[in-house]
Ligand binder design. Sequence first.
Ligand code: PMP
Length: 350
Amino acid sequence: MTVRTRADLDQLPAYVAGRTVPGSIKLASNEVSGGPLPSVVEAIGQAATEVHRYPDMGTTKLTEALASRLHVAPERIAVGCGSVSLCEQLVLATCTAEDEVVFPWRSFEAYPIITRVAGARQVPVPLTGDHALDLDAMAAAVTPATRLMFVCTPNNPTGTLLRRAELDAFLDRIPSDVLVVLDEAYWEFVTDPDAPDGVEIARNRDNVASMRTFSKAYGLAGLRVGYAVAPEHVAAALRKVCIPFSVNAIAQVAALASLEAQDELKARCDSVVAERVRVRDALLELGYEVPETQANFVWLPLGDRTQAFNEHCLENRVVVRAFVGDGARVTIGLPEENDAFLAAARTFQQ
Ligand code: PMP
């Protein structure tokens, strides 16, 4: 006799993280390359002297700072161990067995995995031919069993953005007992004036939550902290299904210090955006198809050539994120890192 694990897990792929290859440039996980914001490093050092104590389980200071910055009551905020943890908490808080979670596909890889682990049913909705979310198809996928929808904008891995008017029209069509989660992990990199502000929408609609993270623009991926702005009773449920103390003390201090470093954040985002434009233009010039992106990455829908492209980049010491048979996602790094990637892209036999 051996210990038995859940039979349904056998069918479930494990989450695949972007690889780190020693000696190579990593452009595989949508991290920022410049490190945490400079003023935050000091706060992290100070917080380290307190780690013999459990963290504040209510993440009080960070929650209050977010609440005042985002103009919502603190009761409407839930802080999580990365926004991926909040994704799971959202499913656990809204779904029981056989309830349905609608999400775009291809999109953030954790959506299907987390849905299944929580025992709910996956309802993936294919993207449009332009690599964008198909909001009509997503609205049509809602059934009486739908409890939750993930709407990723800009979408990972395609970078495409929803515009405010189309999102509003979509939300008008969704039943008020279905929670729509706007996953805005790349929010700080968005420059399009027609972009929706998920927090503003969450303030004005009773069935919408916005989810953001300190992992990307703020440069704290290794510390694991994200947050959701949700209806008050949903935020309360998110706290109930959270593993106690999962947002660690250093993460709380670093996130709080990051919120104070808006000038540093702006400078960082401006340089990522400038490089995003430069990299995309260069790729278009080389003849690649590259959907317009509002995130800190570009998407190359290479189809069958994805694996060859991935290997070619690896040979040139650049690690990208390949989704075999579909495309490659390449993070915007520092200018010299992007130059190394573009050199590899230039020598790939298309
Ligand atoms: N949502 C999206 C769309 C993402 O791309 C990611 C990270 N790849 C996450 C959520 C999770 O980010 P984190 O857990 O680091 O906050």
